[in-house]
Design a binder for this molecule. Structure first.
Ligand code: PMP
Length: 305
């Protein structure tokens, strides 16, 4: 993993190697913590954080859902992120990971004697899925794991514990020779990928599932806005497994995945293994936006000056 000079921990800037926690940290044992994944891109006007406001709002909402009292306000979190980035003097695109968790105190199930702690990590990072994946696409497998059930977990929270399900499905997909897992919900509809949302195109309409059983994705929201703005018809509705096999185009979206085309799903070839026209249009619009080339959407960028 790429490192950086400093990590922000509970109001202090610590050297990367000094930002450590105790083995009895409650979240490590029982999994109640929330986090965010944010990116900043190197634009011609300097580093710009993509949709920072929305990410901080989702972080605080996640904390509320799992009943963690954030020790910091929206403004304090925003200022801390900006301070950390400036202090690290990054030269390239970065990934930013704020996390709110329970510290050490007691080791019963409830963290009754544990303080809430807050850290922000940021490091230089280009892409989770390699650049070839973005251009030529990846292979998806419908997972044997169902998405976390909404009666057991809470998918609107970007909660640490939700990611066991993500990890198991991703590992299964990779072990079976695929690149990404698509998870169905309890009713058999596509929920999302292990850490991305799903889109498909049928009859020139862009279709993505509602967020009934998935994270309210910021990239998904952005793609819907961009598509509508380009005159592409967008529908949010349930998608079945068999429909995915006969779609005209398919791609995943996420802070990490950006816009990644699928060329195969469960060994059914999509669009002759070519990135489709609508996918390409959306990829282009998305990259223009995040790199600050679309005036209309500059409101989504927080420049580090
Ligand atoms: N679903 C899950 C489970 C995720 O972890 C992510 C990544 N945060 C997404 C969807 C995509 O969300 P976003 O576009 O906000 O990154």
């Amino acid at each position: 993993m790429q490192t950086a000079k400093y990590i922000w921990m509970d109001g202090k800037l610590l050297k990367w190697e000094d930002a450590n926690i105790h083995i009895t940290t409650h979240t490590l044992h029982y999994g109640n913590g929330v986090f965010e994944g944010i990116r900043a891109y190197k634009t011609k006007n300097g580093l710009a954080i993509f949709r920072l406001k929305k990410h901080i709002k989702r972080l605080l909402d996640s904390a509320k859902i799992v009943m963690i009292d954030s020790p910091y306000s929206y403004k304090e979190i925003k200022d801390a992120i900006v301070t950390l980035i400036k202090k690290n003097e990054f030269k390239n695109n970065i990934y930013i990971r704020p996390i709110i968790y329970y510290a050490d105190g007691n080791l019963g199930i409830l963290p009754s004697e544990c303080k809430v702690r807050f850290s922000i990590i940021a490091w230089e990072w280009s892409s989770l899925i390699d650049k070839d994946g973005l251009k030529t696409g990846i292979k998806a497998k419908i997972s044997s794991f169902r998405r976390n059930s909404i009666n057991s977990t809470m998918s609107k929270a970007k909660a640490v514990s939700n990611y066991l399900n993500s990890q198991m499905s991703k590992k299964e997909a990779l072990d079976c020779g695929y690149d990404v897992a698509l998870l169905l919900d309890d009713n058999g509809f596509i929920a999302e990928a292990s850490g991305e949302c799903f889109f498909m195109v049928r009859n020139k309409t862009l279709i993505t599932p509602p967020n009934d059983n998935s994270l309210e994705s910021i990239t998904q929201d952005t793609v819907i806005k961009l598509a509508k703005n380009m005159g592409i018809k967008v529908r949010r509705r349930n998608i079945t497994r068999d429909e995915v096999y006969i779609c005209d185009e398919a791609f995943s979206t996420g802070t990490a995945a950006e816009i990644t085309p699928f060329y195969e799903i469960d060994n059914r070839v999509i669009n002759n293994s070519q990135t489709g026209k609508i996918t390409k249009k959306i990829q282009k619009a998305y990259f223009n936006l995040i790199y600050g080339n679309t005036l209309k959407y500059n409101k989504y960028l927080t420049y580090i000056l």
